[in-house]
Design a protein around this ligand. Structure first.
Ligand SMILES: CC(C)(COP(=O)(O)OP(=O)(O)OC[C@H]1O[C@@H](n2cnc3c(N)ncnc32)[C@H](O)[C@@H]1OP(=O)(O)O)[C@@H](O)C(=O)NCCC(=O)NCCS
Length: 192
């Protein structure tokens, strides 16, 4: 059966939190809390629905690039969640494509995320440090995981550090901490 991607509505709240919690396992409650907390900020969500059931969700929330002349409003893509029993069916890819279109249509110059360079790199994202951006946590963000997708509105002066709203910090979720950080650095370290 085909699935539909549509904007998240207030009535989806409980379903969305359930999908996020299920997708992220042990970290589920934390990630669901972050998405709830972002409700006090500018944000947009999309869901995949099939037969009245929410199977997946993607969130976009406002952040800034601290460029020399001015703050630049951007979107951060997070979280991306698919019900474990529905993984591998293209739902994540469909949500990602729809989120990119939403971000592009909103007029922001760039969309950021922290995530797998394999998954997101195959879907149009690139390393953000190579575009002149710095991650919100300088010390604790593996550069390969700090990714962006640039739109037509990006201008040369729009470089600098990504600034997250406080929700990411109050949930200690900017970048990674050890042991996950050390494990990921090891995995992506250049081989001798
Ligand atoms: C990551 C996630 C959103 C992908 O959704 P999905 O609907 O299963 O993805 P799709 O069906 O569109 O794509 C499947 C592909 O993604 C790959 N993939 C899934 N999770 C991945 C990961 N963590 N890292 C790299 N690749 C991954 C699969 O191997 C598969 O590859 P293939 O197309 O070459 O066979 C989903 O697995 C999920 O909810 N995971 C838990 C939460 C999470 O980690 N979210 C991302 C945070 S950055």
């Amino acid at each position: 059966m085909a699935f539909e991607v549509r904007p998240e509505q207030p009535m989806d709240r409980e379903d969305v939190l359930r999908v996020i919690a299920a997708a992220f396992g042990d970290r589920g409650p934390l990630v669901a809390d972050i998405w709830s907390g972002l409700g006090h900020h500018k944000r947009a969500g999309l869901v995949v629905e099939q037969g009245g059931h929410v199977l997946g969700h993607v969130g976009l929330s406002r952040a800034w690039v601290d460029a020399r002349p001015a703050l630049v409003e951007v979107w951060v893509l997070s979280p991306l969640s698919v019900l474990p029993e529905r993984k591998g069916q293209g739902i994540g890819t469909a949500l990602l494509a729809a989120a990119v279109e939403t971000a592009r249509d909103s007029g922001v110059p760039v969309l950021f995320l922290e995530g797998s360079p394999i998954y997101y790199g195959a879907r149009g994202f690139e390393r953000a440090d190579r575009r002149g951006f710095l991650p919100a946590s300088l010390e604790r963000t593996p550069r390969a995981a700090f990714q962006c997708l640039c739109f037509d509105g990006l201008e040369d002066w729009m470089t600098g550090q990504l600034i997250y709203p406080d929700v990411w910090w109050t949930h200690d979720s900017a970048g990674l901490r050890d042991p996950e950080l050390a494990e990921l650095e090891e995995r992506f370290a250049p081989r001798e």
